[in-house]
Design a protein around this ligand. Sequence first.
Ligand SMILES: O=C(O)CCC(=O)C(=O)O
Length: 347
Amino acid sequence: MACPSDWPEPIVRVQSLSERCGGVGRIPERYMKPVESRPWLTEGGEEANIPVIDLAEEGEIGGRVAEACREWGFLQVVNHGVCPELMEAAQEVWRQFFLQPMEVKQAYANSPATYEGYGSRLGVEKGAILDWSDYYFLHYLPCNLRDVNKWPSLPISLREVMDEYSREIVRLGGVLLKMLSISLGLRQDFLQNSFGGEDVGACLRVNYYPKCPQPDLTLGLSSHSDPGGMTFLLPDQNVPGLQVRRGDNWITVKPARHAFIVNIGDQIQVLSNAIYKSVEHRVIVNSAQERISLAYFYNPKSDLLIKPAKELLAPDRPALYPAMTFDEYRLFIRTKGPKGKSQLGES
Ligand SMILES: O=C(O)CCC(=O)C(=O)O
């Protein structure tokens, strides 16, 4: 199975739809979710928030990291060593990119063959109900997939800022993998080695959620779990939107200042034999403000077999997943688009 080289229908930029309706009116039917998937924006917000972990804290944080990964599949890390100015610059260059005229962005229009570039849909199912967002997708690692000519050339500082930002995310990925290995009772280099050592994958999706005149009928990004290893999300500091599933509820994340929101992806759920959970999340939109987030996916080398760690198996805890490469695995989401956790056999 391979991804088709073109979209099944002409691409419509959500930003153009949003600008055309000027914040009032109706959204096209293609963006209206079935009633059971719509967000309930008027409900009293849950007070809970995902755990915040201070990486500079003295003493034992492993227990709290383990609890967050078991119970939430999500945590926020602060004092992670990435300079706040760099985080702000990364947000700002992408804001400037999306504010440019459509012709400039169109030069980077993507296709489902690799998804690299400027996009407006995930999945290639004809007639699918779409999400209220545009995005930009690019590869950083492995080096042979990195082609900076496919990164926007404007604003002028974007490539330099994103190169530095990417290096920092890869460094932080190593720190977190070590922490997760230890907290699972494995050798500290276990997860890094399972991911391919130095040969990990790293790619970025910058999500742009335009203002939406009927936010209660649609979603910026449908419920999904991340197919890869681990995600480092730089949320919009000013506009909430990310919701994490907690049983039958959706918790709206309140980002801590200059935090990264880190979530466990499906590959770590597999490697940990479901001790750590890759949890569904989704994004709501609003009629007052657009929102930008940077989701950096830190992934295993794509042709390595990923399977539950034998150290975590026992007669009463047999392997829950078959061995599979990440290449085979991610084809599911690239063809079907975001669909809960159905790729892990969970409904
Ligand atoms: O925009 C967000 O807050 C979340 C984005 C996300 O879940 C994704 O890009 O996979």
